[in-house]
Design a protein around this ligand. Sequence first.
Ligand code: PBG
Ligand code: ZN
Length: 322
Amino acid sequence: MQITRRPRRLRKNEIVRKMVRETKLNLEDLVYPLFVVEGEKIKNEISSMPGNYHFSIDMLLQEVDLLIGLGIDKIMLFGIPDDKDPVGTQGYAEDGIIQEGVKSLKETFGDKIYIITDVCMCEYTSHGHCGILDCKGYVQNDITLEYLGKTALSHAKAGADMVAPSDMMDGRVGYIRQVLDANGFENVPIMAYSAKYSSAYYGPFREAAGSAPSFGDRKSYQMDPANSREAILEAALDMEEGADIIMVKPALSYLDIICKIKEISEVPVAAYNVSGEYSMLKMAVEKGLMNEDVILETLLSMKRAGADIIITYFAKELAGKI
Ligand code: PBG
Ligand code: ZN
């Protein structure tokens, strides 16, 4: 038998393999999520997400100092307030936990750290939903926009470099864009959680953020995992409304969505390697079921699918390795 095409020729050793490698993961591609809580001297490990912590602002400053030293200069900040109420007042309070955290980080590190803030209500509402409820418990779209606008503006005023709305209300990107522009923040970009699915992979995060809905689920606003054309619609709408970056979330079970959105996107595409994806691999490696190469392999699959940016809890441990 005559074999003429032999792909193995280019796999002979690492030098040639590297030469023909199509995709590479860089530290610059990664954004590291962090959780900030009220109080002082707090650095508590989050049990559902080993290796991740709740930081009070003083400890957050220490952590970010370390991260900058490791070459991680982009963070996604989540605030966890002490007080929650039905309209999530602490989410847009001028002295709220996230606003104070951003101010302190910017005072200390200036442009050495790029801060992306998560804009949503679920960490701040007593009912844990991502918006304002009507009397039947339905999340009202248009009223919620006003709160999201106030929240995004308060983040920008505190010094956030970029805002990332994760609520999945219709029209929020356009609304937030208008509010930011009307207040002189036309240069603050919006990273839209465009295709955010209603996913069980957020479980560990909800425990970390205390943001699980107290009743019902998020299916009336987050996307149905069965749908892919709808993701294209969401991405197209967000681009029309002015999104600077669009995101797919979760990442691992939605690589097909990343791929499809990349094909139509005029802006960079981000993938959120969410808490459940993190914790399942982390625990599997800790238990010795798989070796840690599985982490790079998994993140690489997101890049290969088309993600330009990956938001991942693995960023810190990958510093120095990629
Ligand atoms: C808030 C928000 C969530 C995540 C990011 N922003 C949780 C949710 O929608 O319930 C999930 C992040 C993760 O699981 O790592 N809307
Ligand atoms: Zn939310």
